[in-house]
Write a protein that binds this ligand. Sequence first.
Ligand SMILES: [Zn+2]
Length: 121
Amino acid sequence: MDLKILEFLTVNDHYITVEANNNHLNDDAAKELAQLLLNNGGDISHLNVNQQIHYHRILQPLLEFVSCEGLQGMVKTYNGEIQSSCSTSSIIYNEDLLFNYHDDNLLCQICRYDSHKFSIA
Ligand SMILES: [Zn+2]
C-alpha cells in the first residue's frame, strides 16, 4: 500500500466520499479506516469484517488499479451507463497515481500524452 497516496486521500477525502456513495457504503467509516491504516503503516491484517468490506470496496480501488477517466472524463453511453472516455480503458500506473491525484485528473499515460498534444495545438 502506498502510504503517500493514502495520506493524500485522508486529506482530500472527497475521493473516499464519492467511492463510498457509489458503493452505498458509509463514507465516515471509510475515512476513519483510512486514518487508522495511515497510523498503523497500512497494516490490513487486523481489520474486522466491516472494515474489510470498506477497504476492499472503497479504499483499495482508490489506491491501486485506478482506471483512467479519459480526456472527457466519465461519460454516459447511449444506454445510460457511466463509462470512462479513455480510448484504451487503461489503468493508471501506481508510480503515476499520486501525481494524478494532485493534478485532480485521473489519466493514463496515453491520455496524458494526448492532453498535452491538444493543449499545445
Ligand atoms: Zn486513458
